[in-house]
Design a protein around this ligand. Structure first.
Ligand code: PNW
Length: 494
């Protein structure tokens, strides 16, 4: 383990992309300016009085030039942000009207980035579904087994509008951020908006629709824009690395990854269909439950052909690792995604923890996961689109955030090992996040930022944390070159 964990010296490939990320609802605020429509997150945030909301957040709707100066300070040449669908189409449907102020906002943001030599990398959907689409069509539960599902077409229309209006300057598009969370938390477990609770089937139906909506947005770019605009379209999937607790748990660890990342990546990057182990598991479950059909929907042959190959790059959000234990196969009375996998998860006692309850620091996990993606999906270009660590809001070391520095140092070094030792085509590394921001159900209690934001200050002044200085140096060095001041400093810390 000592050898495995030792710091590698060297640099990333010359054209390596260093970036930082945010998402619309987490930073923009201005939740109801001009004609912006409410999203499902606005609805949830306003359901009771004592919860944090994204009403103001970092106020980046007004303060985006300040954000761009922070990136400039750090020497970052890329920025990953998301567009709020209901800020463009208030109801989610173009025929009901376009919010021109919203279009202007994203044009101004993109122009200001370009003026500062920063390339935009744009996510079309980072969880803020227009509330009207949920109300009218059931959101991603809409008619999931037919070919003419409204939600696919509406997402396609929204994507087309964004390509038309921003695609002359935006060359990197991410259709969905982390569909696993949207499907599972939004439509299965129901903790996230739209809070639809259907643990047996909801997530499988929603995921089915999301995959087809992604494919639609990809084909629209391919058919109508690629020749003129010459950009790339991908998707961002979140995945923890799963490490078997004992050698007997090896299959279970693979099952863990296939049920999370493979659920989306297998159709898109392999053959248009769900992973074999998911299909066979769900067929067996149907038999045990006395159902005539699997709870996992099926794609038609036409849909498989339509989905397969719809990723120009593989976007990866990765934060942590879990230990996996095989629990196969106990029949369950109330099936859910969690029980469908037939696994238990845990964490080794020596893994350090961050503020978020799920976030354990296991740097070698990212190298293993990158290698697995290379093998499983035919060596795609991989963009790490998120990686980072949270602190508690009240942590006294919030500005001198040495633990975040260690996290970034060790994780980026493992990414460099994947690149330079394992020949993984990892092209980008993106820190989550540029700013402390609205951390979904945890509100402002968990801080992921390279910059501190005082959420009690009406002007939302940003302050660089120590980690932003570290990251700037990392970007300037493009890694960990022999003999740099920085390497000496790291060696002392080691
Ligand atoms: C990401 N997990 O999602 C999101 O894309 C960000 O918006 C968010 O702020 C960030 O993580 C930090 O939470 C995740 O289950 C979803 O391990 C799920 C997990 C991790 C991150």
């Amino acid at each position: 383990d000592k050898e495995r964990d030792a710091l590698l010296k060297g640099t990333f490939p010359q054209d390596f992309i260093w970036s930082s990320a945010t998402a619309a609802y987490q930073i923009e605020g201005a939740w109801n300016v001009s004609d912006k429509g409410p999203s499902v997150w606005d609805t949830l945030a306003h359901q009771d009085n004592n919860r944090d909301t994204g009403d103001v957040a970092c106020d980046s709707y007004h303060k985006y030039p300040a954000d761009i100066q922070l990136m400039k300070q750090m020497g970052l040449k890329y920025y990953r942000f998301s567009i709020s669908w209901p800020r463009i189409f208030p109801t989610g449907e173009q025929q009901d009207g376009v919010n021109q102020d919203g279009v202007d906002y994203y044009n101004n943001l993109i122009n200001e980035l370009k003026a500062n030599d920063i390339e935009p990398m744009v996510t079309l959907f980072h969880w803020d579904l227009p509330q009207a689409l949920q109300d009218r069509y059931g959101g991603f539960l809409n008619n999931h087994t037919t070919n003419t599902t409204v939600i696919h077409d509406l997402f396609g229309d929204y994507a087309r509008f964004c390509y038309q209006n921003f695609g002359d300057r935006v060359k990197y598009w991410i259709t969905f951020n982390d569909p696993w969370i949207i499907a599972l938390e939004g439509y299965g477990i129901g903790n996230f908006p739209p809070k639809h609770r259907d643990p047996a089937e909801g997530q499988y139906k929603a995921a089915h629709n999301i995959i087809l909506s992604h494919a639609k947005a990809y084909h629209i770019y391919d058919d109508e824009f690629r020749a003129a605009q010459g950009g790339q379209v991908g998707i961002t999937l979140n995945c923890d690395w799963g490490t078997p607790k004992t050698p007997a748990d090896a299959d279970a660890a693979i099952r863990y990854i296939q049920f999370s990342m493979g659920w989306f990546a297998h159709p898109i990057f392999k053959n248009g269909d769900y992973p074999e182990v998911m299909k066979t598991t769900m067929t067996r479950k149907a038999q045990e439950e006395g159902r005539t059909t699997s709870r996992l929907p099926e794609f038609t042959p036409e849909q498989k052909a339509y989905i397969s190959g719809t990723g120009d790059f593989f976007g990866l959000n990765h934060y942590t690792t879990v230990e996996v234990i095989d629990t196969c196969c106990t029949p369950i009375e109330n099936p859910s995604y969690d029980t469908d996998k037939d696994i238990g998860t845990g964490h080794a006692p020596d893994w350090p923890r961050a503020a978020s309850s799920w976030l354990y620091v296991v740097p070698w996990g990212i190298r293993n996961l990158l290698g697995w993606i290379k093998e499983e999906y035919g060596d795609p270009d991989i963009y790490v689109t998120e990686n980072g660590r949270s602190d508690h809001d009240q942590d006294p070391a919030i500005m001198m955030d040495m633990e975040r520095i260690c996290y970034y140092m060790m994780y980026t070094n493992e990414v460099m090992k994947a690149s330079n030792l394992d020949s993984v085509k990892v092209k980008a590394y993106t820190a989550w996040s540029l700013l402390d921001n609205f951390e979904w159900l945890s509100g402002y209690s968990e801080r992921f930022g390279l910059h501190y934001v005082d959420f009690n200050d009406p002007t939302r002044t940003r302050y660089p944390k120590a980690s932003s200085v570290f990251f700037k140096q990392l970007v300037r060095n493009n890694g960990y070159p022999e003999g740099s001041e920085f390497t000496k400093y790291v060696e002392n810390m080691w």
